[in-house]
Ligand binder design. Structure first.
Ligand SMILES: [Zn+2]
Ligand SMILES: [Zn+2]
Length: 283
């Protein structure tokens, strides 16, 4: 990074970026790119990032469940506590599932290269990475809806999906609490968008993973705050929608948006319940 470094000695991946005038993101990425190969960045660094991100996003929900602050707890959707589960059940399964990501990422590396992922210092603008991630969300949601609906058929529920529903009252950190088969099966949905539309840079992949994790944890919070994203973003499902799924075991199968359930009529019970709640509030 020294200003005296002759440009001829710089690796190809630096491209035309001026190493003396990098913003924080470029400095951070330069540090990673200097120390790891493309394969290591895709596998170990990505896994570490996803795991740390999940931990950071989950931590507030561990704390809220443990200390039950009244100013937040008044927004809890279901007050029932899970009896059979301890947090250690959840932590063990989460670690196991995340370790499964490693072979998936190894397998995904040639696919990412094939769809044109770059590892150089020319990082695309944020709007490109976020915009693509929103398209990926729409695609992942469609995949999730139909696979999740199938997971509620008798055989698939018993053998694959039952574990995720051990949390009848979900809390943020249980979003990836699922059998290994389910984790991999539903995880495939995160690769379809990038496969179809491409990702120009590995940081775009991390941006996509970040948005997907935020959404998955948000829908499992089990709290319906006035500032919920579902109150701000049209057609976003949010915690109220998915909490109903965990409470009743059927309907509301989508991960992110409400349109599939609406079009297929699988939110009929949910909408009736919402109407009843509204009437009660008016009485
Ligand atoms: Zn389910
Ligand atoms: Zn769930």
């Amino acid at each position: 990074m020294s200003s005296t470094t002759p440009s001829s000695t710089l690796p190809d991946w630096v491209g035309n970026v001026d190493l003396n005038q990098m913003d924080t993101l470029h400095q951070f990425y330069y540090l990673i790119r200097s120390n790891f190969s493309e394969l290591e960045i895709t596998t170990y660094v990505s896994l570490a990032y996803i795991f740390v991100l999940y931990g950071i996003l989950s931590l507030p929900w561990f704390l809220i469940k443990k200390f039950k602050p009244s100013f937040l707890y008044k927004y809890k959707l279901q007050l029932k506590e899970e009896e059979r589960l301890t947090d250690w059940n959840c932590v063990f399964q989460l670690v196991l599932n995340h370790l499964l990501l490693l072979p998936l990422l190894y397998t995904g590396y040639p696919v990412l290269k094939w769809v044109g992922v770059s590892y150089d210092m020319n990082i695309p603008p944020w709007w490109d990475m976020v915009g693509r991630s929103l398209i990926f969300l729409v695609i992942e949601d469609a995949y999730f809806y139909w696979i999740h609906r199938w997971l509620h058929t008798e055989w698939a529920y018993k053998h694959i999906h039952k574990m995720h529903h051990e949390y009848q009252t979900p809390i943020g950190y249980c979003s990836s609490y699922a059998s290994c088969t389910e984790f991999v099966l539903l995880g495939v949905g995160s690769f379809i968008g990038p496969f179809l539309f491409g990702i120009p840079h590995i940081i775009g992949w991390w941006v996509w993973m970040t948005i997907r994790q935020i959404e998955a944890i948000d829908t499992h919070t089990g709290f319906y705050f006035p500032w919920c994203m579902s109150n701000l973003i049209p057609f976003y499902s949010g915690p109220l929608h998915h909490d109903f799924h965990h409470k009743t075991y059927n309907g509301n199968y989508a991960s992110t948006f409400t349109w599939w359930d609406y079009l297929c009529g699988t939110d009929k019970n949910y909408r009736e319940w919402l109407q009843k709640q509204k009437k009660k509030a008016q009485e």
